[in-house]
Design a protein around this ligand. Sequence first.
Ligand code: UDP
Length: 238
Amino acid sequence: MSTDFVTRPSDQIREVKIERGYLKSCPASVLYSSGDTVVLCAASVEPSVPPWLEGKGKGWVTAEYNMLPGSTSPRKRRDRSKVDGRTTEIQRLIGRSLRSIIDLNALGEQMITVDCDVLQADGGTRTASITGGFIALADAVASIIPGSTIGNGPLLDSVAAISVGVIGDELKLDLDYELDSAADVDMNVIMTGSGRFVEIQGTGEEATFDDEQLAGLIRLAKKGIGELTTMQRSVLGQ
Ligand code: UDP
């Protein structure tokens, strides 16, 4: 789908577009695009927590992820009977990432669900879901605790994610589908705005990788996440 395989420099992220308040139906929603990958992140608040957390005075943040049938070609079948393994892995990753920067005690007994629906998939849908999902989460928190900002209220920090990979002897930042398909090694890096790691998923599928390549991939990811963090704070006006 994308043609930037040749034109985009190795250390540049794709163009990001962020539209806040995309839906009227929920307090916090963000249409997040990274190149041709487009994800709608919608955060809803419920005044209760899952049964295992009741009576503890703590809140909960969780995420659901889905690729719409028309988001890719051939179409992704709707599976009405069960959630597939990839979807389960991705939605748990999004939930863990968002919980890493929130003080659940400061949320009170409320649950925020961040729904990430992929409208168009061109690689990096989980990282887009985390980066866009954080903005929706921040707006949802501000809707229940007015005046809360990053570092003031339940949000302890921001969180963002990007993919990196090795293609031949080159290290690449932000893999679209074409790059992802060509990658010997691919890695998803999730970090806080203050530069701490939340999670790293790295796989050498076509080739193994060494310490030097790993260090280079992390350097690239940090650069990308730094840029995404600046954008997140800017759209949130913080
Ligand atoms: N993909 C697809 N159908 C699928 C799974 C993946 O078309 O059922 C494509 C889609 O473009 C996706 C890319 O493959 O973005 C890479 O998928 P991966 O599982 O690595 O996750 P992502 O990079 O999107 O987080």
